[in-house]
Write a protein that binds this ligand. Structure first.
Ligand SMILES: Cc1ncc(COP(=O)(O)O)c(C=O)c1O
Length: 396
């Protein structure tokens, strides 16, 4: 058998490798605490599950759904954007439900990228932006996200010859993996940049509801002219602990939404309808669960950052998102450090280099560890001592 070059060129998906490593350890009877994957441990709120169960019993929901989703779901998404961000959307033309944001992020490359085209992709980043570009036959051009630049891409240093062949620019705030946030000034600048260089913007914002210390996020759709140049991906996964149900959305530019709908209608048959009803309930029902979840994550954030700092590991508390982006101690690469934590103290963290070359020097810790595991993980971390240089920690 001979596989396509596009499959051969794909790097292995980061979390598949990590999950396999954890499974291997557990199969040997070793107890592992994983801070690796951003998959909320808190259950989906009961009112959403009740709606799902009720809808699952209705035979009308046992049949093929439509790619465009139920009109009621598109209306619910438009209503949520209006209430949440003051953004008006045409539910029929500017909203498309997705089988999770990842699905839409993967497929949108097929709307823009011809073989040899360039997509501007942050580095480090959620790996699907570059993978989808590669699958479509395109080339990612990596925009460094550095601490000096508050983990925002410096658009002014992208070379002209790259801009001439670039069709798409990816951004993601609150950011995975760095925890950085962006304000409306930045989004306005991105819109202007897109207009100047004839780029489409894809903003990925699934963490906008996971916020701490009173931080108020903004939607890319609030920027002046955003709808003329781009779309925003969003998801119910992190806001309502619904990763397992697979439901997200893309909103914004009608031409882009229509192109993605055309691609998807040839590839999938939409979100199971019972799940669409659960999503409507999530978006239109009581929202107090969000604050409750954020209070839990905030407590975990503070415990993790405090422990890392006490070990001499530099990490700042993020204002939003599910991740701590911590600097690896002196003498280690991100893979060395992650390997050492796994082998010596049974704690899994994600090496930053898995998110791109500029992720080297960091590891990511997810806050989606149940409290019991978190306490165990932190006490194990407390026992870690650097094997590479004189310890700098303040625990003794
Ligand atoms: C930045 C980012 N975008 C998109 C997704 C995927 O979300 P969904 O579960 O809706 O596919 C994730 C998941 O971790 C993510 O971190």
């Amino acid at each position: 058998m001979r596989m396509s070059r596009r499959v051969e060129n794909l790097p292995p998906y980061l979390f598949v490798e990590i999950t396999e490593k954890i499974a291997e350890k557990r199969a040997k009877g070793e107890d592992v605490v994983s801070f690796a994957i951003g998959d909320p441990d808190i259950p989906t709120p009961p009112h959403i599950i009740d709606k799902l169960c009720q809808a699952a019993h209705d035979p009308a929901n046992h049949r093929y759904p439509e790619t465009a989703g139920l009109s009621e779901l598109r209306q619910a998404i438009a209503g949520w954007y209006k209430r949440r961000f003051g953004v008006s959307l045409d539910a029929d033309k500017e909203v498309l439900p997705l089988i999770g944001a990842k699905e839409g992020i993967a497929h949108i490359a097929l709307c823009f990228i011809n073989p040899g085209d360039t997509a501007l992709v942050p580095d480090p980043a959620y790996p699907v932006y570059s993978a989808s570009t590669i699958l479509a036959g395109g080339r990612p051009y990596y925009m460094p996200l550095t601490e000096q630049n508050n983990f925002l891409p410096d658009l002014d240093i992208i070379p002209d010859y790259i801009l001439r062949r670039a069709k798409l620019l990816w951004i993601n705030y609150p950011n995975n993996p760095t925890g950085a946030v962006a304000n409306l000034d930045f989004f306005n600048k991105v819109v202007k940049f897109a207009q100047q260089h004839n780029l489409a913007i894809c903003h990925d914002g699934p963490y906008s509801e996971v916020t701490f210390d009173g931080y108020q996020p903004v939607s890319f759709m609030q920027a002046d002219g955003a709808k003329e140049v781009g779309v925003e991906f969003h998801s119910l996964s992190k806001s309502y602990n619904m990763t397992g149900w697979r439901v997200g959305m893309v909103v914004g530019n009608a031409e882009v939404v229509d192109a993605l709908k055309r691609v998807k209608s040839n590839l999938d048959s939409g979100i199971p309808q019972a799940i669409q009803y659960a999503a409507i309930e999530a978006l239109t029902g009581p929202q107090d669960c969000i604050q409750k979840h954020n209070a839990i994550y905030q407590k975990r954030r503070d415990l993790v950052v405090d422990m890392l700092n006490r070990l001499g590991i530099e990490a700042k508390p993020p204002k939003a998102g599910l991740y701590i982006w911590a600097k690896v101690p002196e003498g280690y690469t991100s893979v060395d450090f992650a390997t050492e934590l796994l082998e010596r103290v049974g704690v899994v963290v994600t090496p930053g280099v898995g998110y791109g070359r500029r992720g080297e020097g960091y590891v990511r810790l997810s806050l989606t560890v149940p409290d019991v595991g978190l306490v165990k993980g932190l006490s194990r971390l407390a026992g870690w001592r650097s094997t590479r240089v004189k310890p700098r920690n303040n625990l003794t």
